[in-house]
Design a protein around this ligand. Sequence first.
Ligand code: PEP
Ligand code: MN
Length: 332
Amino acid sequence: MIIELKSTINIEVAEKLAIESKAFHIIYNEKSYLITGSGVKEVPVNLIDLSENHWVFANDLQLASSKFLTGKREVKIGNVIIGGNTKNTVIIGGPCSVESEEQITTSAKFIQGLGLKVLRGGCYKPRTSPYSFQGMGLDGLKLLAKMREQFGLTVITEARDATHIQEIIEYSDVIQVGAKAMYDQGILRACAKTQKPVLIKRGFGTTLQEFVQAAEFVLAGGNPNVILCERGIRTFETGTRFTLDLCGVAWLKEHTNLPVILDPSHAMGYTYGVADLARACVAMGIDGLLVETHPDPSVAKSDASQQLNHKQFEELISSLRPVATSVGYNII
Ligand code: PEP
Ligand code: MN
């Protein structure tokens, strides 16, 4: 249950009430809320006179639920607003990994040249093999921050474990929590302690409920700035890398108040399908789209088979604009 406390109750008192009720206390839009376990169905007697409003939930989707906030949550990433009433589909483009100053500078110049605003690049890569390229680490983060300065772009990069969070906060505008990292409560709890936007990718073996529960860890811990990303789940099909769950996206749009973005690159795993999938995603009316693009995918140090070259990416963006317009959205 979420209980909105009366505005006359100050923060110290709200925190004391939260401890007494074994509830989370969060402040959202300058209002105090207590979040109890989902089993609580009635406002506790000692809180009846102190509460302004309350919401009862059948499951553990509370702060993320569209029953709590009927409009969509707005999250500011760098200078860009994602979600809310913007009706923008924010393109997040760039290579899988930051590999060198030359590679990321070429990428940043390209993204900015297309009039786009958000550059991605992993520096701590969650690779399946310990012998593969693991990312440039802190040197890569510094390069991303340099791109932000030089090209005025918003930058996003992923945390592989909780020890990376402080560095990422310093150098990046968004913390990406990857499909494998999504299960890591150390990362989720560290993300909850900051106000930095967090983009959570769906674990490829998680149900929608479990995916949103990961977001609840961040929200209930005090960080309201969460974005969900569907990037494909594992099914019996092996012809493509994963299966993009568009039904799941419709479910997230219906049942949650969080901005939802899609990642056709990791779902498909092969360049040839990415553009078609991307158009299908945009046709759903979505808050953002993440697509990997590399100056020369044949030499990419990670995810070489799925990254678009710059010509393919540019053509894709042109083809997305009319699709977005047809469902009342803008590509930015
Ligand atoms: C990535 O975005 O490069 C990545 C590793 O994604 P995921 O966590 O979805 O596999
Ligand atoms: Mn990748």
